[in-house]
Write a protein that binds this ligand. Structure first.
Ligand SMILES: [Zn+2]
Length: 287
């Protein structure tokens, strides 16, 4: 079977270029998350991380202001969903750290299936999904501390689909234990630690501030996911999140694919998968 992988979607309109493909040649599309990322979402994350209280205009209710700022992300996710609906092909997805729970609750997308903590069989292969990114150590240390909007770290990490390393490992292990590993494909937003997970140089400082010394070389992937892959050896590990680390790599026999982001170049990944044959190709679409 053939399928497509689309990384973090920069603009909903870029999806219209998929009509240049013969989509009936493909069984499904995988989205690696961050479908609703927007500049406003980035600003929220930055102000929250820096604890910049001046970010909230005087006299504004912080939680109301937060919801107001999410409006463009809600609109974007609605548009992504609408554009996917027009394609007439099955779409599986996981949510990323910019697909806040409040955004999803307001946009109510219906044209893709979220496979978080689920296993789905397609043509004898098994897709296993997991949302989000690893929780920051400081979130775990002070779960009840409130951020600039008045949400506790515990609430915020749920909002951002953050996970504990021990949970992603345990959940993936439980989901896959009765399945043949050479037929299992993990679909996550985050890369496994030290595989296509290196942020660009100017972000290394941020990475260390967020994750501590494990990120001193810029690696921000999940150690729990890596541990699972090393032990279980699935056929493929598909992810996005770190756009600058787009590409392919291998951990033992597991093919790892960082689909990067779907920006103005409209580059996606085409997978051809037959019993013993696997072909991975990065492809740029016409405008
Ligand atoms: Zn992300």
């Amino acid at each position: 079977m053939n399928f497509l992988i689309i990384g973090d979607i920069e603009k909903a309109g870029y999806l219209n270029s998929l009509s240049s493909l013969k989509l009936s040649d493909y069984t499904f599309i995988i989205l690696t998350g961050d479908m609703s990322g927007s500049p406003e979402g980035w600003k929220i994350g930055k102000a929250r991380g820096m604890e910049d209280r001046s970010f909230i205009p005087p006299g504004k209710n912080p939680k109301e202001y937060y919801q107001e700022l999410l409006e463009p992300s809600v609109e974007k996710l609605k548009e992504v969903d609408e554009n996917l609906g027009k394609l007439g092909i099955k779409v599986f997805a996981v949510y990323g750290n910019t697909d806040f729970k409040s955004i999803v609750a307001r946009a109510k997308p219906k044209n893709f299936e979220i496979i978080h903590n689920k296993i789905v069989e397609v043509n004898g292969f098994y897709l296993v999904g997991y949302n989000g990114h690893p929780m920051y150590p400081w979130e775990m240390k002070e779960p009840l501390k409130k951020d600039i909007f008045g949400y506790t770290h515990e609430e915020t990490s749920k909002e951002l689909n953050s996970f504990r390393e021990e949970d992603v490992y345990k959940d993936l292990k439980t989901l896959t234990e009765n399945h043949p590993s050479n037929r299992v494909i993990t679909v996550t937003h985050t890369p496994p630690y030290k595989i296509l997970d290196k942020v660009k140089l100017e972000l290394v400082k941020w990475a260390v501030k967020s994750y501590g010394e494990t990120a001193e070389d810029g690696n921000v992937g999940s150690t729990g996911l890596r541990k699972f892959i090393l032990e279980y050896k699935p056929l493929m590990s598909i992810f996005g999140h770190i756009h600058e680390a787009k590409g392919t790599d291998k951990i033992d026999d597991t093919h790892c694919i960082n689909a990067g982001n779907f920006d103005k170049e409209k580059e996606l990944v085409e997978i051809t998968l037959l019993d013993s044959k696997l072909n991975i190709e990065f492809k740029k679409l016409n405008p």
